[in-house]
Design a protein around this ligand. Structure first.
Ligand SMILES: [Zn+2]
Length: 164
């Protein structure tokens, strides 16, 4: 009898432990951003489309964004906070319908697992304000093998010539 109880206790204890572990695995590490604004403040600064993309992880329709077929020398910055995200040298011609880059500026992007829409994707966000930019995929045609698929509405372009 004692042995049975003991075993039951062990099984119960292991089960509880397992449960805790599963819960821990599911928790995303908490990310803190330098720029923190309320929903109202963002709504004042952004257009409805920009707000939907940057703050609600929306997606613009393919082949509609102003930077999709845009190839000039400069840097693409976050529309939410102005942080430089992608250099023009890393942009490549992609037929997916969104601006595509083979790499991001180091430290500019935060990566988050996204399981929405029945897919497992890696969401990319500005590391300064948490603004949603798009997703990164492993099917890039260049040496990095990466395709940072970005919404035009979540970025601005700064031409290098203007800095002279
Ligand atoms: Zn930002």
């Amino acid at each position: 009898m004692y042995l049975k109880l003991h075993l039951f206790g062990l099984v119960f204890f292991s089960f509880t432990l397992l449960n805790c572990q599963t819960k821990l695995d599911k928790q995303e590490p908490k990310i803190t951003y330098k720029v923190n604004k309320s929903e109202e403040e963002w709504k004042e600064e952004l257009s409805p489309e920009e707000f939907e993309i940057l703050r609600n992880a929306g997606t613009e329709r393919p082949h509609t964004g102003i930077y999709n077929m845009h190839f000039e020398d400069g840097v693409y910055v976050c529309k939410g906070c102005g942080q430089p995200l992608f250099k023009s040298g890393s942009k490549f011609m992609s037929d997916c319908g969104w601006p595509s880059y083979e790499a991001a500026i180091p430290g500019a992007i935060v990566y988050k697992k996204d399981t929405s829409l029945g897919m497992i994707r890696t969401e990319i966000l500005c590391s300064n304000c948490g603004g949603h930019q798009g997703h990164v995929f492993d099917d890039g045609p260049t040496a990095t093998g990466k395709r940072y698929c970005v919404n035009s509405a979540s970025i601005n372009f700064i031409n290098n010539k203007r800095n002279d």
